[in-house]
Design a binder for this molecule. Structure first.
Ligand code: 9MR
Ligand code: 9MR
Ligand code: ZN
Length: 576
């Protein structure tokens, strides 16, 4: 992948970054005028670049007919807008911009165009006099089928150990079988010997494979299956397993589970990751020949393993009873190991500088207990999950990630059909979940781009935003308020262009998608387009800090946990 304009934009980024620092100290005076002049020069270059978005910022893919439809318009004054049908230029809707909203995190005055009444299937655009027209978008009942397929196939295209081939928008992507020596036991047992750990998915823009990040990823995908299974089962992912006895989404998860089984030791402990000692270069995966090692075990990985294996056993049982039994046996052995090792045991990663993905195991143990109970009915697991839910006061967080997976356990426990739960605790968690969803709705409503995570821009925040759809849907099951679904749709809209950049954050999807993700495959091949179907991490630490530049691993990397969350968010509006 080449980056012809990289030098120009990097010079500008550097200058505008310096400008921000100076501005925070000196608001007036000559220095201000001088720096502003430099900045204006740079932003002109930016505006001329083909990637720059216009003032009409919205979900650039589209809407199902029944969804609310909003665009954010960055303009100083309000006024009217119209929705124009692309095919014949007909004006199908006229409205008045609502606002202004003073948006805090981007420091902009914003207006909102509401064209929810446009329900007739078709292709349209929003036009505001005096501004460049918005991007074309579709209104269609099946508008999410292709995006869902693309993003879920992203997991398939992350498979390690096999040759892959994909075509998208005229570009052809290929991978040769990679990492066939995974992995070496030196750091796990002190013995220089190989043990099979081939397969699984690469983690992200790097090629390592981490059990704890698989946790939140598989967790979100399993929730998608539990919440929307029949709709998902109808989508053919075009993977080698398609048409077989196991529905495609579960077959893709199974690919990862097959690998997870290799990460388990005979006594039930689970190795933390398979990794090179340091991050490798931007080369195709089959060219990476530096040794990859089993990284010592930890209780966080072991607990996530129990949760994933027990959860998968439960959902795959109707399609492959023998495999379900195998998963359950594996979960049983690691569950017993955890019981015998009740204290948090950190993986010893001292020989490795790759992603640590290490965090306290209490939330992981909560999730493990919930899934183990849901799969087996084990009363000790029920006591444990309830004790752990009490220990966090029945709290339900507005989102979650690899370091904090309690929400996943709480939801499995809450929606299980098994009997025996503490009714008071159930009532508390139900109240908390609804209150959490109300908070999310209020946060989105106060934000100029309807971002349900508000003004918080953690590393990988795009994944955190997508994961809020999980919480909103869970609340909707308890209390069917349309605002919950609307906020979940706003999460998707934000990721697909309703943001300050006016760009989609998913490669190969929507308008002006990322072209230079921090992805070793995309950087290591000669295809101009990046591998398609990947959500980049997103702005960090501020709303304006997203850089479509390969070196920007804090904002422009791709990762399985972000795609897993987006799979959930895109599944919710698939045709019934
Ligand atoms: O490329 C690495 C990326 O995949 C990781 O997410 C990131 C954070 O752990 O680190 C990147 O590697 C960088 C390293 O941490 C510091 N030197 C520059 C590397 C970027 O190429
Ligand atoms: O997503 C991870 C983020 O929450 C952490 O703050 C960050 C630093 O440890 O690492 C991120 O995960 C990266 C991992 O360490 C290595 N593979 C790429 C991941 C995405 O950037
Ligand atoms: Zn590989």
């Amino acid at each position: 992948m080449q980056r012809p304009s990289a030098l120009v934009s990097r010079a500008c980024l550097g200058r505008s970054g310096a400008m921000r620092t100076i501005l925070s100290r000196l608001r007036l005076g000559f220095v201000f005028v001088f720096v502003l002049a430099v900045f204006v020069g740079c932003s002109r270059v930016g505006r001329a670049a083909p990637e720059a978005g216009g003032a009409v910022r919205m979900n650039t893919v589209g809407f199902v007919p029944q969804a609310h439809k909003h665009a954010t318009v960055a303009t100083a004054r309000g006024g009217g807008f119209v929705v124009e049908r692309i095919q014949d230029g007909a004006i199908v809707f006229e409205g008045v911009l609502r606002g202004p909203i003073q948006n805090v995190d981007t420091d902009e005055s914003l207006f909102v165009a509401d064209f929810s009444e446009v329900r007739e299937p078709g292709r349209y655009r929003v036009v505001v006099a005096g501004l460049a027209p918005g991007d074309a978008f579709d209104v269609a009942p099946d508008v999410w089928v292709k995006p869902f397929r693309l993003v879920t196939r992203g997991m398939y295209l992350w498979r390690c150990g096999v040759a892959l081939h994909a075509e998208h928008d005229g570009s052809v992507f290929t991978q040769h079988a990679c990492h066939l020596e995974d992995g070496w036991m030196d750091h796990a047992t002190g013995v220089h010997e190989r043990r099979d750990a081939t397969g699984g998915w690469h983690d992200a823009g790097d090629y390592n494979k981490y059990v704890t990040n698989a946790g939140v990823t598989v967790g979100a995908m399993l929730r998608a299956w539990e919440d929307f299974g029949p709709r998902l089962a109808r989508v053919d992912l075009g993977i080698p397993e398609s048409g077989g006895p196991i529905p495609d989404l579960l077959a893709e998860i199974k690919w990862k589970v097959d690998w997870l089984l290799k990460m388990q030791e005979a006594d039930g402990r689970v190795y933390h990751k398979i990794s090179t000692t340091g991050f490798g270069g931007f080369i195709p995966p089959h060219e990476e020949k530096t040794p990859r090692y089993f990284v010592p075990w930890g209780t966080t990985a072991t607990a996530d393993f129990v949760a994933m294996l027990a959860g998968f056993a439960r959902v795959v049982a109707p399609y492959d009873a023998a495999y379900a039994e195998r998963c359950l046996q594996a979960a049983r052995s690691s569950w017993a190991f955890l019981q015998a090792h009740p204290d948090y045991h950190k993986a010893d990663q001292s020989a490795f500088s790759t992603g640590p993905y290490e965090s306290n195991d209490s939330d992981d143990r909560l999730w493990a207990a919930a899934e183990y109970w849901a799969a087996t009915g084990d009363p000790a697991a029920l006591s444990e999950v309830e004790a752990r839910i009490r220990a966090i006061d029945g709290k339900v967080e507005t989102t979650f990630d690899w370091a904090a997976v309690a929400n996943l356990g709480v939801l499995t426990w809450l929606f299980s059909e098994r009997e025996g739960r503490d009714p008071e605790l159930l009532a508390l968690v139900r109240r908390n979940l609804v209150a959490t969803a109300d908070d999310i709705v209020a946060t989105a409503a106060a934000h100029g781009y309807a971002r349900p995570l508000g003004t918080f821009y953690n590393w990988g925040c795009n994944g955190s935003v997508a994961r809020q759809a999980v919480m909103l849907h869970a609340a909707y099951r308890l209390s069917p308020k349309s605002g919950y679904i609307a906020a979940a749709r706003d999460a998707v809209g934000h990721l697909l262009g309703r943001n300050i950049h006016g760009r989609s954050y998913v490669t190969g999807l929507g308008a002006r998608p990322p072209m230079h993700p921090h992805d070793r495959r995309s950087g290591g091949d000669d295809v101009v387009a990046p591998w398609p179907g990947y959500l980049v991490g997103g702005p960090n630490p501020r709303a304006i800090d997203w850089f479509d530049e390969q070196p920007s691993y804090r904002t422009n990397e791709i990762a399985i946990n972000w795609n897993g969350a987006l799979i959930y968010a895109l599944a919710m509006d698939l045709p019934e």
